[in-house]
Design a binder for this molecule. Structure first.
Ligand SMILES: Nc1ncnc2c1ncn2[C@@H]1O[C@H](COP(=O)(O)OP(=O)(O)OP(=O)(O)O)[C@@H](O)[C@H]1O
Ligand SMILES: [Mg+2]
Length: 263
């Protein structure tokens, strides 16, 4: 590359998410400050005392990083390390105790609990989900069939006309992903949504994530499946007990994580 080309590539790096020394503390109301032994539980029951104590869980402790347009960033770490908390905070669903999160564009969290309605049919959920993401009714009509086809919900019968409560957990996860993936997102946050799909669907959704990246968004992927992190993300952040352990090229970080080798 010439020097001009390097300069141009540099200015093309647009930050989409800036996380600056963020701390997140959950406050659990009514949690008992007692020892948790059987006798203390029993005496609490007998006394019928409500403990007014608030227990604090310091889930994220001083994490900082910047993500850029066109990047797919993996988030890895053991159970309870703070990955989902970090995503929810980027989505604007959790307040920070200290530090700041700045996003360029609207982040959308595609989680295992994304709001679809169990009593409604898959079809109604597709329409409502698309409207909720800001599509016009005409856009919804234009994209509807594509979403249903991508989800593969109808591969085994006319399930799209049945209420979502009749779906297996993998089927609902697939529909949820297909709805969210129908729109190009500025910042797409995915929390293990791929884990429940079968292999063919996982492959299809990984391809779609790559497309979403090219359509200029930024993607964050939380997963315990290191291969889907490897296939999807070129950069990975490893966190443990709310602190950043590593941030770098996926292969380097995932290999260190697998070996349990902290730098
Ligand atoms: N709603 C909540 N109230 C209080 N504490 C919480 C809440 N949600 C999570 N925590 C705590 O915050 C810490 C981080 O949890 P988080 O769900 O972010 O972990 P995770 O990395 O996503 O784990 P996993 O891999 O199991 O999904 C844990 O100690 C957890 O107990
Ligand atoms: Mg989680």
């Amino acid at each position: 590359m010439t020097r001009d080309a390097v300069a141009a590539a540099d200015t093309a790096r647009v930050p989409t998410v800036i996380v600056d020394d963020v701390h997140i503390v959950y406050k659990v109301h009514g949690a008992s400050a007692g020892k948790g032994s059987a006798t203390s539980a029993l005496s609490r029951l007998i006394a019928r005392k409500r403990s007014p104590a608030i227990t604090e869980v310091h889930a994220v402790r001083g994490i900082s990083f910047t993500a850029y347009k066109g990047e797919a960033v993996g988030l890895i770490g053991s159970n309870g390390s703070g990955k989902s908390t970090m995503l929810a905070a980027i989505a604007g669903l959790l307040p920070t105790e200290k530090g700041g999160i700045y996003t360029n564009g609207q982040p959308s969290l595609l989680g295992v609990n994304a709001a679809l309605m169990n009593e409604l049919t898959g079809e109604r959920n597709v329409v409502l989900g698309c409207l909720a993401m800001g599509m016009t009714p005409a856009e919804v009509r234009a994209r509807y069939q594509e979403i249903v086809d991508f989800s593969g919900i109808n591969d085994k019968g006319e399930f799209i006309n049945l209420p979502m409560r009749t779906y297996s957990s993998g089927m609902s996860a697939r529909l949820r992903f297909s709805i969210a993936a129908a729109k190009t997102h500025d910042v797409l946050l995915i929390d293990e949504a791929l884990a429940t799909g079968d292999q063919a669907f996982q492959k299809r959704s990984e391809d779609r994530i790559r497309e979403l990246r090219q359509e200029a968004g930024t993607v964050f992927l939380v997963s315990h499946n290191n291969n889907s992190i490897r296939d999807t993300c070129e950069r990975t952040i490893w966190i443990e007990t709310g602190e950043m352990i590593m941030d770098g090229p996926t292969e380097e970080v995932v290999r260190a994580y697998e070996k349990g080798e902290r730098p």
